[in-house]
Design a protein around this ligand. Sequence first.
Ligand code: BGC
Length: 435
Amino acid sequence: MKYKPFTLPEHILLGSATASLQIEGSDKKNSWYNWAINGGTKDGSNPIIADDHWNRVEEDVTLMQDLNLKIYRMSLEWSRIEPGEGEFDETAILHYKDEILKLKEAGIKPFVTLHHFSNPMWLENIGGWSNKEAIYYFRRFTEYVLKYLGSEVEWWCTINEPNIYLTQGYFYGDWPPGKKGDIKGFLKSAKNMITAHIACYKTIHKYRKKAGFTETLVGAAHHLRVMNPKTKSLTDKFSSWLSDRLFHKIFTEGMTKGKKLLPLGFGRFDEEYDSYSDFVGMNYYTRDIISFSFSPKNMFTKVEVRNSAEINDLGWEIYPKGLFKIAKDCYERYGKPIIVTENGTCDRNDDFRAKYIYNHLKELRNLEDHNIPVLAYCHWTLLDNFEWAEGYEARFGLYEVNYNTQERILRESGRFYGEICKMQQVTAEMIKEFL
Ligand code: BGC
């Protein structure tokens, strides 16, 4: 038999992840709405309705309960909470508090992200993260959030995928702020985001400690890819090393150890602690094949998908073993437990998602067998949603969404995942039914 039953340890919380901008709708004060209405998405769409989650929190928490989720990673939309610089909207933060209380009542652990790709327009208009002031503003926002949610939330993620956010925004220019080829902007913003992460790490811990809470975990969600050199040539190896340095290591070393790597500089970002992450959050999706390119504009790198690889609807290679490899590497490097903050695939017809889930969860089991601690797995994603510049075409949801009616329809792979969350195992019966 190709598929075998397996059990996951009880302590690994199985759940799902979303981001506010991608599901909530009805906010116009953020950088993504502005980007989309100015032609920034491939299908001409924008996130003004999305999944209308802002008005459907109760219904969506029930959907999570139906899937037996133990954890839900969600993000807060900064522009709702602070629509103008220094102007805070209490109704917005109370709305989030209510959502968090609903999750807890449903037995689902809330795991809150403070920044997931979108900025309030007032910040975007003064240079976004390339402006050093963003560090101060982000910390002030965090302090405000803590006043309302600080006693309710134990697990925090400061920033989601600074590497993707900055590569898309300052290198390719396909995302806001659309600064194609602005390497200086990329590096400046990277420094500011890492510094802001460190500031928030300290702020959250100090707040929770003072309030008498001992169970606090703070970290970031890193987008980590397997990067294989195309050949054994020194040049291909050099390009892989360079991509790994600029795309992964400057962020993971900075946000985990506080270490400043070139080209960001030397020394440390901060001296107060040895570590600024209590876990390594990994968003794992795919592998890249890297070769040398003569173009400095492309950072001397050509990125390809392996020939004859299995791919998803967006053409990304499906490579489950990468989850194990990356988690192992992070654990050896940083000695912190792993949280799979995202993992999932876009499969409009639900042809291969069940297999994808099986194969990736199997790697969690493998990590456990190698004594690599994993705290949670958050499947990306609960509902089909606004997939940034791709618009609504890419379908990552356990639930399919009909955008004409907002009806949520559980996919077969979603049913499979729900069973796994319930049983904490894949049984022979499930294999027969879903694979
Ligand atoms: C992001 C999500 C996104 C997902 C699928 C991650 O890079 O954090 O917001 O939807 O990948 O592309």
